[in-house]
Design a protein around this ligand. Structure first.
Ligand SMILES: Nc1nc2c(ncn2[C@@H]2O[C@H](COP(=O)(O)OP(=O)(O)OP(=O)(O)O)[C@@H](O)[C@H]2O)c(=O)[nH]1
Ligand SMILES: [Mg+2]
Length: 199
């Protein structure tokens, strides 16, 4: 999909603030600093609409991006960041949980993992959690630009095994830096959110 119009509708911390338009939604989850906001920017061809940072913990709210008045991308705070205080972590967890488990418009979740490392215990928990609630998941192994081509098959194996990836879920190797994998992510998004449009 070629995105012409996209804007941040709201940075929400409570359900009452979620948009009421009823468009399908896709959420982006993953460890802090894994590259969620960067993936989002790459998908919509904007350099920095979603704020990114080399310091983990940048995204602290549920950020709803209206894409072409057709769907929302929801940028979710990262998990597994040790420097976030315990009480803040509990707050984030409750907010994310409420959203993932009760949002009717949520069609699927893009879960990011770092292509350079085995999925962490937090990654595994998150994947199991999403599967428990029967949410379709696209696993994106990102920062693939930091891995040599020769190792790509090994990355696929490592991620599939680490998460015990379900047959029905897909895996895409991705780089926000080079754009590799972008079309494959869009294909999944369009199919999952049931939206049309040319790329
Ligand atoms: N080389 C490379 N760097 C990346 C890629 N994606 C993200 N980064 C870098 O990783 C850092 C974190 O990226 P963000 O997109 O802010 O990560 P995030 O998951 O949104 O982080 P939080 O909002 O803190 O949870 C930034 O310095 C990005 O430039 C990628 O595909 N390749
Ligand atoms: Mg972010």
């Amino acid at each position: 999909m070629k995105v012409n119009q996209v804007s941040l509708t709201i940075s929400a911390v409570a359900e009452s603030q979620y948009p009421a338009t009823g468009y399908p939604e896709v959420a982006f989850v993953g460890r802090s600093n894994v590259g969620k906001s960067s993936l989002l920017n790459r998908l919509i061809d904007r350099k920095s609409l979603a704020r990114t940072s080399s310091v983990p913990g940048k995204t602290q709210t549920l950020n709803f991006y209206n894409v072409e008045e057709e769907l929302y991308f929801v940028d979710v705070p990262g998990y597994g960041y040790a420097k976030v205080s315990k009480s803040d972590r509990a707050k984030f967890a409750a907010m994310i949980e409420a959203y993932l488990t009760s949002r009717k418009q949520l069609r699927g979740v893009v879960q990011l993992v770092d292509a350079r490392h085995e999925p962490s215990a937090d990654d595994v928990s998150m994947y199991q959690y999403l599967k428990y609630f029967h949410l379709p998941v696209l696993v994106v192994a990102t920062k693939i630009d930091k891995t040599s081509r020769a190792k790509q098959n090994a990355v696929i194996k490592m991620v599939k095994k680490g998460l015990d990836l379900n047959q029905t879920d897909h895996l895409v190797l991705f780089s926000a830096t080079t754009g590799e994998g972008k079309d494959a992510v869009w294909q999944w998004l369009e199919a999952t959110a049931e939206i049309g449009g040319e790329k």
